[in-house]
Design a protein around this ligand. Structure first.
Ligand code: 4AD
Ligand code: MG
Length: 464
């Protein structure tokens, strides 16, 4: 159980008293009197600290003075039953080594009570707080659970490229990737930039979604998923948007829209249940500190059948609600977060899967319905979040897809490889994208997406 010459605090807290142990970690607090000092030590393995009891008489006073909040120390001693409340065991220190001091005059994380805004400005240190420790451990647990879920179901983890020449969502929100000299780019005769001289010999960007390549995988391997960073240059400074976020995109051959909805609902419930079963201490901390209804909300989602309704039905409910929205609703408009949250939080009081959107507000690849107006898209809408998943059944007809690409004025020549899936052995298939940080907002109860990713990338911010 000892590695790198220490036992992790998480393990120590579960050990029976009466052993000699070594703990290493960062000091959260030190308090006490002339005779005895109590150090709360945390090593990131758990939200809980181990208490170190220091008999002042047995240690050099000058050394003890350096054990301040934020310092890193190594403690050897006996694990004994704790007399104080709050912990079963504590360490009676015999030997203390200071690895690194933290000057109280300049270390920014003194005691508790910093605002989340302040912590964002020191994102390099905030993992040392209880809150971010909890969030980052939950983030890890969710990433692990995602791989476990798909692996258990026989899905193949497909690595799709981050640099691409195609705009999957067609929204023109891509970050360009270039090695051209921006002060003096090569130009063609008509004055436009000559991308044939760029690194990849064409205009390239960071991907907004791995879906198009994911579809190629599904048309060969049957069921795949991607899980990686995606990038969007949308200038939305909201608590729910990042310029760099992680997305999970399963793509499945032979799934129709109902199968897709079933998978999405089962997947989210699995992840929430996994968090409840495996992240209890961290969730309890977040529940007590930030959001008294967090655990209750998570339990309720696991036990609730999601509502399924069409966009047309949803618009009707919104129109008849008598509610005054900032963005007025009528058939054809793209739903805003205020509309989604009205439906989920006030009208139904549970998650909603909305389907069959107007084709004009959705991407080119969605399967067209026979009415000529709507497509088989689906969004999963969640309380406090709004859209957490976006997906669809895919258009499998080459002809319909080509027509749509032309209607939208997209560059067909950059998509011939994608259209080959429809030329050769096309099949009904579906998929969706879960925004990883949106999931984490829900699971942790945090209110701002900048607080569920270690180093957020947002407009005008790329620190660290
Ligand atoms: O709805 P979106 O744009 O769908 C796609 O990208 C599809 N290609 C997915 C697929 O079918 N394979 O994005 C999917 C999800 C959203 O529901 C949202 O949770 C998240 O990605 N998302 C963002 N999360 C954080 N910041 C942003 N700027 C986001 N944009 C989308
Ligand atoms: Mg969407």
């Amino acid at each position: 159980m000892e590695h790198a010459g220490r036992t992790k605090v998480k393990e120590l807290l579960k050990c029976a008293p009466g052993q000699e142990v070594t703990a290493k970690g960062w000091v959260r607090t030190r308090r006490g009197n002339k005779n005895v000092s109590f150090i709360a030590l945390n090593d990131g393995s758990t939200i809980n600290n181990i208490q170190i009891v220091v008999d002042m008489g047995s240690f050099d006073e000058e050394m003890l003075k350096k054990i301040t909040t934020g310092a890193c120390i190594c403690v050897k001693g006996s694990l004994v039953e704790s007399m104080g409340s709050g912990q079963a065991v504590e360490i009676q220190a015999k030997e203390i080594t200071i690895y690194g001091e933290a000057d109280p005059a300049t270390y920014p994380l003194q005691k508790k009570g910093h605002t989340l805004e302040f912590l964002r400005s020191i994102a390099h240190l905030r993992p040392r707080t209880n809150t971010f420790g909890a969030v980052l451990r939950i983030r890890h647990a969710m990433a692990f659970a995602i791989h476990k879920y798909f692996n258990d179901k026989g899905f193949v983890y497909l690595h799709t490229p981050l640099v691409t020449a195609s705009d999957c969502e067609g929204a023109g929100e891509m970050f360009q990737v270039t090695t051209l000299d921006l002060n003096n780019p090569p130009r063609k005769e008509d004055g436009s930039i000559d991308y044939s001289q760029d690194f990849f010999g064409k205009q390239t960007s960071l991907t907004v979604s791995g879906q198009l390549e994911g579809e190629l995988g599904a048309m060969a391997l049957g069921e795949i998923y991607t899980f990686g960073p995606t990038f969007r240059a949308e200038n939305s400074n909201t608590p729910r948007h990042l310029a760099e976020f992680w997305m999970i995109e399963p793509e499945m051959a032979f799934y129709e829209i109902e199968d897709n909805m079933d998978l999405a609902e089962d997947f989210i419930k699995y992840l929430v249940r996994y968090a409840l079963e495996n992240c209890g201490d961290d969730l309890k901390f977040l529940n007590d500190m930030f959001d008294k209804e967090l655990i209750q909300r998570l339990e309720s989602v696991v036990n609730t059948k999601f509502v399924r309704l069409t966009y047309t039905e949803g618009i009707k409910i919104l129109e008849e609600s008598g509610e005054k929205f900032e963005f007025p609703v009528s058939w054809g408009v793209d739903l805003q977060s205020e509309h989604e949250r009205y439906l989920v939080e006030r009208h139904f009081g549970k998650p909603v899967i909305m389907t069959d959107y107007p084709k004009d507000i959705k991407a080119f690849y969605m399967k067209q319905n026979d009415d000529g107006k709507t497509v088989r898209g689906m969004d999963v809408l969640f309380p406090k979040i709004g859209e957490i998943i976006g997906g669809s059944e895919r258009e499998s007809s080459l002809e319909k897809l080509e027509t749509r690409i032309k209607e939208l004025g997209m560059k067909k020549d950059t998509l011939e490889w994608y259209l080959d899936t429809r030329r050769f052995g096309s099949a009904p298939h579906s998929g969706f994208g879960l925004g990883f940080e949106r999931l984490l907002l829900f699971v942790t109860g945090m209110a701002n997406i900048r607080d569920v990713i270690p180093f957020p990338r947002t407009p005008k911010n790329a620190e660290y």
